[in-house]
Ligand binder design. Structure first.
Ligand code: SF4
Length: 339
């Protein structure tokens, strides 16, 4: 994906702090800084991966992009085809329903994300009815078409979610997200709860649907092998901050941030003759309630210098479309994925 492609989503200085209630009367004293000043763009038709340890802020970022959470600060602007730029943080409730036709979400857990009391037909039809996108016979037509496209049969539509395997449930979740023919889908760890053989089927389905309907994905994951397989570009998050973003191959083989280097060193090696040398990070990921000063990664970084604890590194474009936030990115000679 190159920068001359049209931008679909533009994220500017996005922040989300969750209050932590403490004390007998629940006074708010502190905040979890789940997303702390994040800026990036998503190009139309691409799959942008977002990776990082649990608690890094990737799922919160995904939800903020659909205004599933109200942000503490920042903008998310959509450049939808044939429309004026749309800052979704300024939309009224009614306008937000209209916007939902363009952007949808696929959830991680195919077991808890489907209402067990609804038939598959009603689950897939729900977004059509809620956004008043179709009525009567049209609802059934759209549901059947979409279900078939997601490799579900008409017979499946009469059943309830408990009658399905994990992979089939995720197909139902995909059909629910696809039925409105959106431009953009946030895929929040869509295959991490599935067996490896089923994962490949779901990833292939997502790819086929992207080619057929011109979809753009934000793909949130922790499995880097999956990310390498499906994403055009990848962003790495650490403690609510983006620390690096680049084209997938560039990021895997020429990382510029020490945290990315550590992630790459821990990818299991397919060739048993190649010896893995995972970089062991010092200590645990710090609390997002009280993040370290300067570069948030400095207590765990093997390359840290005095400056790192004092000054937060800028988010800068070091080479075309390769962004990083590290004071010493130019001089560090980091190792990429060995595979
Ligand atoms: Fe490590 Fe310093 Fe770079 Fe942060 S700024 S990643 S602590 S070298």
């Amino acid at each position: 994906m190159r920068s001359e492609q049209p931008i679909l989503v533009e994220v500017e200085s996005l922040r989300k702090f969750f209050p932590v209630r403490r004390g007998t009367f629940g006074f708010t004293k502190k905040y979890v800084r789940a997303v702390d000043d994040v800026s990036f763009v998503i190009y139309r038709g691409e799959t942008l991966g977002l990776v990082g340890e649990s608690g890094s802020g990737k799922t919160t970022t995904g939800r903020l992009l659909l205004r599933g959470y109200e942000p503490t600060a920042g903008k998310v602007v959509y450049h939808l085809p044939d429309q004026e730029a749309l800052d979704i943080m300024t939309l009224t409730k009614k306008q937000l329903w209209e916007f939902r036709k363009h952007a949808q979400m696929i959830f991680q857990d195919p077991y808890s994300s489907l209402n067990p009391r609804m038939t598959v037909r009603d689950i897939i039809a729900e977004p059509l009815i809620a956004t008043k996108s179709a009525r009567g016979e049209d609802v059934s037509r759209h549901v059947i078409e979409t279900a078939k496209r997601c490799q579900l049969s008409v017979e499946h539509l009469r059943r309830y979610p408990h009658a399905f395997s994990g992979g089939q449930r995720q197909r139902i979740g995909i059909a629910r997200a696809l039925v409105l023919r959106p431009d953009f889908i946030v895929c929040d760890e869509p295959v991490s709860a599935l067996d490896v053989s089923i994962q490949a089927q779901i990833l292939n389905l997502l790819r086929d649907l992207q080619a057929e309907f011109g979809l753009t994905y934000l793909f949130i994951a922790h499995d880097l092998s999956v990310v390498e397989h499906i994403c055009n570009r990848v962003g790495v998050m650490y403690l609510g901050n983006l620390v690096e973003m680049a084209a997938t191959q560039e990021l895997f083989y020429h990382p510029l941030h020490p945290y990315t280097e550590a992630l790459m060193s821990s990818i299991p090696e397919a060739n048993p003759k190649v010896k893995m040398r995972p970089i062991k990070l010092k200590g645990e990921i710090p609390s997002p309630i009280d993040p370290p000063s300067g570069c948030a990664f400095h207590p765990r970084c093997q390359y840290a210098q005095a400056l790192c604890a004092e000054v937060k590194p800028e988010w800068r474009e070091l080479s075309p479309n390769h962004f990083v936030s590290c004071h010493f990115a130019e001089s560090l000679q980091l190792s990429g994925f060995a595979g």
